[in-house]
Write a protein that binds this ligand. Structure first.
Ligand SMILES: [Zn+2]
Length: 438
């Protein structure tokens, strides 16, 4: 057995069967101990942190722009941004994702559509641990029995915009791992799926929905026992279509350049991976005394190649209410709603800009009957809605629901412009609701 497989297995066993704190104080105590070790021994190995204080609260909050601009100072292996990008882009161009930097370091690129792409480095050990923890969090008892049994291996079909060594780590004799490159047309994927008949189907929700529709009309003949949504926000209407197609709940993986951040539990909440991460919520004001949405400021105390310390993510997370019935003491989310630029803005009653969260917009749009799909962009005072089907009665209804929703929030209703639908390629990340100009 290779050291990598052993590493993944150890991480798997620890995350699945290891002793875990049953209450919040126990979890916090364990986190603090791990954080103290990280701050004392790992952090100073990155030039950016060499002369900084060794307490979390005193460290600066950093973001993607800072860590990219000073890339070499944020890793402990002396890799420059140019060098990392060269390896990653060459792999993406050739669609051969095997090359790594010396020392088994892998470069990953995030697939953001706006702004700068994220770049990250992981070592062989970190990669193995990541794979182990991911599988431990996701696999159901049924899938696990398949892996440790004697029959056919567990087949996982994974759809990605770009492969990475990260994902190839998951393959082994008991797990058959099929990578589907989203640059290929959907028909090619369907043919492959009909042959391979995966047990686990993991893809962005846009793709899961297209496959679910094909399954419902009989052109796709697979019966996955697990369906996992990755890389994009899973919206309730897509979740409903996908669940109806295969009769299993859609699990969600919340993952970013910054690591594996969370996954759904059996009760449908997304739990943050607080076994390996420390998360400080930066609450987003919503006019109430107790806001429920926040941007996470993340510290990963298990990674030692690229330092993630007080890293502020642009994501908008909605905290769930109270403890989760599943019993896990980790912080749970009702939803990953989107990113900061998914928030729309209208003048409020006092004339000041008021935030309109994507989830609220989605619920208003869900009230429109006959609407199959839409994309909404804010351009200043105008909200442009591309919709299908483009129908007069539906357009009237869209305008009515958006006006009612903004009025309910005490904001001035927007000017709504209705436009015909245009398809977007599979490789593009779906952002249904976006603010282009505030
Ligand atoms: Zn739970």
């Amino acid at each position: 057995m290779s050291t990598r497989t052993l590493g993944a297995l150890t991480a798997f066993a620890g995350a699945r069967w290891g002793r875990r704190p049953h209450d919040r104080p126990g979890l916090v105590a364990r986190q603090q101990a791990a954080l103290a070790r990280f701050l004392a021994h790992v952090l100073p190995r990155a030039p950016f942190y060499r002369d900084r204080p060794r307490t979390l609260a005193e460290l600066p909050v950093v973001d993607k722009a800072t860590t990219l601009a000073r890339f070499a100072e944020f890793n402990t292996v002396g890799v420059t941004l140019d060098c990392a990008l060269e390896v990653a882009l060459a792999a993406e161009r050739s669609r051969n994702f095997a090359p790594t930097l010396p020392g088994g370091i892998t470069v990953g690129l995030s697939s953001g559509t706006s702004g700068t792409r994220g770049v990250f480095l992981v070592s062989d050990t970190e990669r193995a641990r990541w794979a182990g923890v991911l599988l431990a969090r996701l696999l159901t008892a049924g899938s696990l029995r398949r892996i440790i049994g004697w029959g056919a291996p567990l087949r996982i079909a994974f759809f990605l915009r770009a492969n990475s060594n990260l994902y190839a780590t998951l393959g082994s004799r008991r797990i058959a791992f099929d990578f589907h490159d989203l640059l290929e047309p959907l028909a090619a994927h369907m043919a492959r799926l009909n042959t391979s008949r995966p047990d686990v189907l993991a893809a962005p929700p846009t793709v899961l929905r297209l496959l679910a529709e094909a399954a419902s009309n009989g052109t796709l003949l697979i019966a996955p026992r697990q369906v996992v949504s990755v890389a994009e926000v899973l919206e309730p209407d897509d979740a409903a279509v996908i669940t109806a197609a295969w009769g299993v709940p859609v699990q969600q993986v919340y993952q970013a350049t910054e690591g594996f951040l969370g996954a759904t539990c059996t009760h449908g909440r997304i739990h943050l991976n607080e076994d390996v991460l420390h998360v400080e919520p930066e609450w987003i004001a919503d006019g109430t005394a107790t806001p429920t949405r926040f941007h996470p400021i993340v510290t990963d105390f298990t990674r030692a190649t690229q330092i993630v310390a007080r890293y502020r993510l642009d994501d908008v997370l909605r905290a769930a209410d109270g403890d989760c019935p599943c019993g896990s003491p980790t912080r749970s989310l009702a939803a990953v709603e989107g990113r900061a630029d998914d928030i729309l803005w209208r003048p409020g009653a006092d004339g000041r800009p008021q935030a309109i969260f994507p989830d609220v917009v989605r619920r208003a749009m869900a009230l429109v009957t006959g609407l199959r799909d839409y994309r909404l962009e804010q351009h200043g005072g105008e909200w442009r809605v591309r919709m299908q089907p483009l129908d007069h009665a539906i357009a009237v209804s869209v305008r009515r629901e958006l006006a009612a929703m903004t009025a309910r929030l005490g904001a001035v209703p927007p000017l709504v412009q209705v436009l015909p639908w245009t398809d977007t390629p599979l490789t593009e990340k779906r952002r249904r609701i976006r603010c282009l100009v505030r």
